[in-house]
Design a protein around this ligand. Structure first.
Ligand SMILES: C[S@@+](CC[C@H](N)C(=O)[O-])C[C@H]1O[C@@H](n2cnc3c(N)ncnc32)[C@H](O)[C@@H]1O
Length: 265
């Protein structure tokens, strides 16, 4: 079974494991505009829009862009994990949105009426689904005519210098999210559903100075979170060698992108 589509209940019971990977990105990414504001500035939202964020996680996105998005958004925060929904709602309710509602929901069978939302946002979550095309069709169904679907995902070459180290854990040297639902699949499935798509890649790279942060991120999800002592020792050694080769730093390339499709009016 693929590590990216299995074990989600444990992986995302709350935001702690996700935080190890989020920290690596937020601490060490070098970009003119950070990932969340870069995404927010490209969302074609209008004041008062009804927005569904499916796979919202802890809603770090909305908390960081609340000042960048139009006023009075009617936000529905949905996730398969009830722990994530609770955290997302608690984080966003005090913020100046029009309204904030939480729903435990599976992207493959959305519990909303057709034509309900002006925008659906699905950030870094479609790679968890066994059949992302089913979820994309569901997202299209719940959009109003003329509404927009915004999807983010990684390319297969994302952070290749880091994923090369995961061979010590017996994993292939690629981003598992990008391998499961990368740029090509996002493009083909969204174009297939909507007949249109735009793509933009976030211009960014990483310069990591702390080997332990790489270790924590790579052991925050399967198989690293259940690796044997011998595998963990091999991973530590591989990380140490990579930092030695970079004079105490690890330079990492990023492939992270936003795809937008509009439902016919
Ligand atoms: C990598 S996190 C992304 C969180 C957030 N969208 C972000 O970009 O910061 C993936 C989220 O997708 C959720 N998820 C996984 N499979 C799902 C499904 N079938 N339906 C709804 N949510 C799902 C997980 O519980 C987790 O919160």
């Amino acid at each position: 079974m693929s590590s990216i589509t299995s074990g989600n209940a444990e992986q995302y019971a709350d935001s702690r494991k996700l935080a190890a990977r989020g920290r690596l990105n937020s601490e060490y990414t070098i970009a003119a505009t950070g990932w969340f504001p870069w995404v927010a500035r490209q969302l074609p939202l209008r004041p008062g829009d009804r927005v569904l964020d499916i796979g919202c996680g802890p809603a770090w996105f909305w908390a960081s862009v609340v000042q960048e998005v139009p006023e009075n958004l009617d936000l529905t925060l949905a996730d398969q994990s009830s722990g994530m929904v609770a955290e997302a709602v608690e984080r966003c309710r005090p913020l100046p949105f029009g309204s904030v509602t939480g729903h435990q929901a599976d992207a493959a069978a959305l519990p909303f009426e057709g034509g309900s939302f002006d925008a659906v946002i699905a950030m870094h979550m479609l790679y968890h689904l066994a059949d992302p095309a089913v979820a994309i069709a569901e997202m299209s169904r719940v959009l109003k005519p003329g509404g927009v679907l915004a999807v983010t995902t990684n390319g297969v070459g994302n952070m290749r210098e880091i994923y090369a180290l995961t061979t010590a854990l017996g994993s292939p040297p690629v981003d598992p999210g990008g391998a499961a639902f990368g740029y090509e699949k996002a493009e083909a499935m969204m174009r297939g559903e909507f007949g249109n798509i735009t793509f933009s890649e976030h211009p960014a790279r990483m310069l990591i100075t702390e080997p332990d942060d790489v270790f924590l991120a790579l052991t925050s999800y399967p198989p690293g979170d259940r690796a044997s002592e011998a595998q963990l020792a091999a991973l530590r050694e591989a990380i140490a060698k990579a930092f030695e080769g970079g004079n105490g730093m690890l330079e990492v390339s990023k492939e992270t992108a936003l795809f937008l499709s509009r439902k016919r009016a």
